[in-house]
Design a protein around this ligand. Structure first.
Ligand code: NDP
Ligand code: KPL
Length: 317
């Protein structure tokens, strides 16, 4: 008789918009999902999680296996880390919730976000990066609005898998988790290249939403902001190329046209400004600028945008 293979146990480290959305989808698909929360712990423990989705309809999860401390979580085979890249002290939290040989998937925007976590993570844990192509935000405690898209693309960063075949098998396993929850997910052979590609969208739109106080619809409706977005996108492509990553011709246009068709959207950096949280400037701006500079490439428009955002971020307390 064939033995049923147990589904992996999944832990969500940081149950905000991204963690709450994907965690809820995985739990509804039958996975054993455990959610670590901070400020919204009491609300979610009492009322559960709710996702109001323009794609999937109104979804809820109640009760939620919610925790306010990682040491109370059972050992998880997969940990989806969805705290912002500005969060510190995540490694000990992850180590407490990890089963031996666990796979840690960092769901954050930005460049090289895995590097600083790797330095402090136990060597026995696999570290992967996940790029979320989705428009979600927190509406209130435990309540998430999902406006559009949803895919998560997964790539291996580092850890005990040394040969390519083992790494790709782990990446496929991760992508398979999402696919079995009805979420599009592709394995990415080159995580670093994929992170540069995602920045072609995040560098212009995240920053301009904060600097100009405008969501995607007004940014896309104005000839001057359209030109600025395209110029910033072109600089990201240039920076990626200097760092050895050729982004396909037409990719920036594809993202630009995709945004024209998206519902009006405020990027997550705008929500951080609104709630007086630190902006993800290091991951989305400082690191790509430094990487390009080290490769001999100046990106003056991105640098100017970055400096303006640093000014805003410092005063946003
Ligand atoms: N929102 C989106 O549409 C997209 C977001 N991204 C990226 O995904 C990442 C997550 O973004 P998003 O979900 O929007 O952010 P949110 O602010 O909605 O969620 C972050 C969550 O992490 C929690 N958290 C932070 N530190 C800890 C900790 N030490 N212990 C427990 N919980 C913690 C926060 O808790 P608390 O409530 O206490 O702050 C919050 O619930 C970012 O890097 C973002 O750039 C990528 C693509 C799209
Ligand atoms: C809007 C979108 C889909 C752009 O890639 C996104 O994922 C983000 O806000 O970071």
């Amino acid at each position: 008789m064939m033995q049923a293979v147990a589904k992996p146990r999944i832990g969500i480290i940081g149950t905000g918009a991204i963690g709450g959305f994907y965690g809820l989808m995985l739990a509804r698909a039958g996975f054993d999902v455990h959610f670590l929360l901070r400020s919204e712990f009491s609300a979610v423990a009492a009322q559960g999680l709710q996702v109001n989705s323009a794609v999937h309809g109104a979804l809820s999860l109640n009760p939620v296996q919610a925790y306010s401390a990682a040491e109370d979580m059972p050992p998880c085979d997969w940990l989806l880390v969805a705290a912002k890249s500005t969060s510190s002290g995540l490694a000990p939290v992850i180590a407490k919730a990890a089963a031996p040989g666990a796979k840690v998937l960092l769901l954050q925007n930005g460049l090289d976000v895995e590097d600083s976590l790797r330095e402090v993570l136990p060597d026995s844990l696999h570290l992967l990066g996940g790029l979320c192509l989705i428009c979600v935000h927190r509406e209130g405690p435990g309540v998430i609005t999902h406006q559009a898209l949803g895919a998560v693309n997964v790539g291996y960063h580092s850890g005990p898998a040394h040969d390519e075949a083992t790494r790709m098998a782990i990446v496929e396993e991760g992508a398979g988790l999402f696919r079995s929850a009805g979420i599009d997910s592709q394995a990415m052979p080159n995580l670093h290249q994929a992170r540069w590609q995602k920045l072609v969208w995040n560098i212009p739109y995240n920053g301009l939403s904060v600097l100009l106080g405008a969501s995607t619809a007004p940014l896309m409706a104005d000839a001057d902001s359209r030109a600025l977005i395209q110029a910033l996108m072109a600089e990201v492509v240039q920076g990626a190329k200097a760092c050895g990553h050729d982004i396909a011709p037409g990719y920036a246009d594809f993202l630009f046209n995709m945004t024209d068709k998206m519902p009006d959207y405020w990027p997550s950096m705008h929500h951080d400004l609104l709630h007086k949280r630190p902006l993800e400037l290091d991951a989305i701006y400082a690191r790509p600028l430094a990487a390009a500079k080290a490769a001999g490439c100046e990106l003056p428009r991105i640098e100017a945008l970055y400096r303006a955002l640093v000014f805003i971020d410092r005063r946003n307390v």
